[in-house]
Design a protein around this ligand. Structure first.
Ligand SMILES: [Fe+2]
Ligand SMILES: [Fe+2]
Length: 409
């Protein structure tokens, strides 16, 4: 099916280069207000209660940011590729956030990372298969319906492509844009990382993308592991090899929003700002003025009817079982042991019997899988400690209340 005809109607048009907004550098950013066109707000910072309370309890910083800069929103928890029902809490929180603060432009990641409440907090790429395109299409339109607007999907840095996939990443991205009216948030650093980490030419990759659908770009800096693989850490200046790719996409796409992402090492702030300055200089070299028309961000609110299906539909059974079994291999030590003893028997627990998916799962690089398992064990341990601490604090607060009421504890 071809994508529906897009009717652009964008009243407030974010245009230029900015930063992924973080509370910690708010005051610094204000000093350089005129050098930053856009702030990209993390929706999670305002829909996850603990995060908001800890950092911006009255939303005073957010309101100030909205006053100063053109703002767009970026989510991280959707897991659009997971073959399961959408997280309604996340969906309603995102919708409320966008509407309450009048933010039109939204983006999320083309990936899966959460199954049955277990969140890896690391993106896994979708298997590059037509059935995965079809699942993403269903979920994209379900989210679009709820948010009342189209949104952009971002390519992620991935640890491994699912072995024996029938498409590759460029085909997969192109198919998703053919099947939906999404635009692409092309993370240029992720293109650079994946090309280097999985040995392909990033320029040939760009040649095969529908660059006319790129509405936004990300730039970030990471570091190289001892084995030469690039880590997408958002902790360093944008790498030298990323800039020519950025320039190439500036030349060949209509993208009007560029965001520099930095998640740590904010000091000196000038170092972060240097990336914005460089990106901005190139941006205005190719985009000296806002082009006529409505730009590449489509805010058409016309609902598009796409037949709904469910995660339990038989056509998605293979993909669904594959995702669950993969998550089991990463997060469940008991399952890892059973899998080591007898892979086919263990996979039957997840109903994974189809040869194609079994082979794909069994042939994942064991070193990479080991790294993911170690990361998960670490995260899981930390989460348990945080949960324990939270519980202790809750008990302490409860004890204070009882004591203040003169009751014994
Ligand atoms: Fe992102
Ligand atoms: Fe990104």
């Amino acid at each position: 099916m071809k994508a529906p005809i897009i009717q652009p109607a964008n009243p407030a048009r974010p245009y230029g280069v900015g930063l992924a907004y973080r509370y910690s550098f708010h005051d610094e950013a204000v000093k350089y207000e005129d050098e930053i066109d856009i702030m990209e707000i993390s929706t999670e910072d305002y829909i996850i209660r603990e995060r908001r309370i800890n950092s911006d309890p009255n939303e005073a910083l957010l309101r100030d940011a909205l006053d100063r800069w053109s703002c767009v929103a970026h989510g991280i928890s959707l897991s659009i590729g997971s073959v399961q029902d959408l997280n309604e809490h996340y969906m309603s929180g995102s919708k409320r956030f966008l509407e309450e603060y009048g933010i039109d432009v939204f983006s999320e990641h083309l990936a899966f990372h959460e199954i049955d409440g277990k969140d890896l907090t690391m993106f896994l790429c979708m298997p590059f298969e037509e059935i995965a395109v079809q699942w993403v299409k269903q979920n994209y339109y379900a989210v679009r319906r709820q948010l009342g607007r189209p949104f952009a999907l971002e390519n992620v840095t991935y640890f491994f492509p699912a072995p024996h996939s029938s498409l590759d990443e460029a085909d997969f991205l192109r198919r998703v844009t053919e099947e939906t009216d999404c635009t692409l948030l092309l993370d240029i650093t992720n293109v650079f990382n994946n090309a280097n980490n999985h040995n392909y030419d990033p320029y040939e990759f760009l040649d095969r993308l529908p660059l006319e659908r790129v509405s936004q770009m990300h730039l970030a800096g990471g570091f190289q592991q001892p084995d030469g693989k690039w880590e997408d850490s958002h902790s360093h200046p944008v790498m030298d090899g990323v800039w020519p790719l950025y320039e190439e996409v500036l030349k060949r796409s209509p993208a009007e929003i560029v965001i520099v992402e930095r998640d740590s090492r904010f000091n000196p702030f000038e170092e972060v700002l240097d990336d914005v300055r460089k990106a901005r200089e190139l941006f205005y070299q190719y985009r000296p003025s806002v082009p006529e028309g409505d730009g590449p961000i489509y805010l058409d609110e016309t609902p598009i009817e796409v037949p709904k299906t469910t995660p339990l539909a038989p056509e998605f059974a293979g993909l669904r079982s594959y995702q669950r079994a993969l998550m089991g291999r990463i997060t469940d030590s008991g399952f890892r042991e059973r899998y080591q003893q007898n892979p086919p028997e263990a996979l039957k627990e997840f109903g994974l019997t189809e040869e194609k998916w079994v082979n794909s799962l069994c042939d994942i690089d064991l070193n990479i899988l080991g790294r993911l398992q170690d990361s998960w064990d670490y995260i899981d341990n930390e989460n348990q400690e945080i949960a324990g601490e939270y519980e202790q604090n809750e008990w302490a607060a409860w004890a204070d209340i009882l004591q203040s009421e003169g009751k014994s504890v």
